[in-house]
Write a protein that binds this ligand. Structure first.
Ligand code: 13P
Ligand code: SF4
Length: 302
């Protein structure tokens, strides 16, 4: 493994490449990553980098987003099968049908969506800025796609905005029930419970903190507490255990695994960078249209 890591590092230098890694990735990927974080942070890094090549250790929509906002760079996704179950729940045709019933209503799209779907939306958001983005629209009604849980969570935080949601979700997070949280509370009465807003809103409501993957990591960093129940994908708990060995982290369920995220290996990163394969390409018209909603988001969330 050491050999592979050294080879990737050398290639990064030779080719002026960077590796962006999502916090759900296999943890060994961090050894070669220039930036590790949530989907907002990684899209900001993709936009601001001077690198010629971006290797995205994440899932398809993340690499595609990097290509949309940095079209002159070569964006590589080491394993092209790394999709997102939620993003696959809405295609372009379903998107057009959904918004047809609500003319003149702004459409907010969660970043977990394809470029073709983003091209039909007004503004993008991530789990860390969804509330801020909806507020920035200054309207009393929005359409929100594809994550119904995040959309309804945003609606609960605002007293004066109706959020009409599409029926999508992330099966990894949607699987968590109210009883899972109440049992964890009983079992670990001193623990802080930190929840990703892709969980059902009635579940999120029971957390001590609700936020993105980076938000959860940041909460731990600032907290004096010693024990935390992590209600998101395993990669976050793995990184917290590595970085805060003096604290205790309990993953809410053993099966909190995003299989797509785990497809990317160091071997595949090396192979794609060495041969410059598995490149993300986009139709220019779709790219231009989809970049509008991402750029608008990046202006609001600096
Ligand atoms: P973050 O915005 O926290 O990176 O979440 C992305 C994601 O896919 C969570 O399932
Ligand atoms: Fe998509 Fe869920 Fe995996 Fe996040 S955890 S990338 S929403 S399938």
């Amino acid at each position: 493994m050491k050999n592979i890591i050294e080879k990737i590092k050398k290639l990064k230098e030779e080719k002026n490449a960077i590796v962006l890694a999502h916090s759900y990735q296999n943890i060994e990927v961090d050894e070669v990553a220039d930036f590790v974080g949530d989907s907002l942070y990684l899209s900001q890094m993709a936009k601001n980098t001077n690198a010629d090549i971006i290797v995205f250790a994440g899932v398809y929509f993340m690499a595609q987003t990097a290509k949309i906002i940095s079209p002159d760079k070569k964006v590589l996704l080491p394993n092209l099968h790394a999709g997102c179950l939620m993003a696959d729940m809405i295609n372009h045709e379903q998107m057009v049908r959904f918004k047809k019933d609500y003319p003149d209503t702004p459409v907010v799209c969660y970043i977990n969506s394809t470029a073709e779907v983003k091209a039909e939306c007004d503004i993008c958001c991530t789990s860390s800025n969804a509330l801020e983005i909806v507020k920035s629209l200054n309207t009393n009604r929005v359409l929100f796609i594809p994550d119904a849980n995040l959309g309804k969570w945003v609606e609960k935080q605002l007293s004066n905005v109706e959020v009409i949601t599409y029926d999508g979700n992330c099966p990894v997070h949607n699987n968590i029930k109210i009883e899972d949280i109440t049992e964890a509370r009983k079992r670990y009465p001193n623990a802080r419970i930190l929840i990703h807003p892709e969980c059902k809103p009635e579940v999120s409501e029971l957390g001590d903190y609700v936020g993105s993957t980076s938000g959860i990591i940041d909460y731990v960093k600032k907290s004096k507490d010693k024990q935390f129940v992590i209600v998101t994908e395993k990669g976050v708990a793995d990184r917290l255990k590595r970085d805060y060995p003096e604290k205790e982290f309990i993953l809410i369920k053993d099966n909190m695994l995003c299989e797509s995220m785990k497809l990317t290996t160091l071997e595949e990163i090396l192979y794609s960078l060495e041969n410059e394969v598995n490149e993300i390409t986009l139709d220019e018209k779709v790219r231009r249209l989809s970049s509008n909603c991402i750029e608008k988001m990046l202006k609001v969330s600096k």
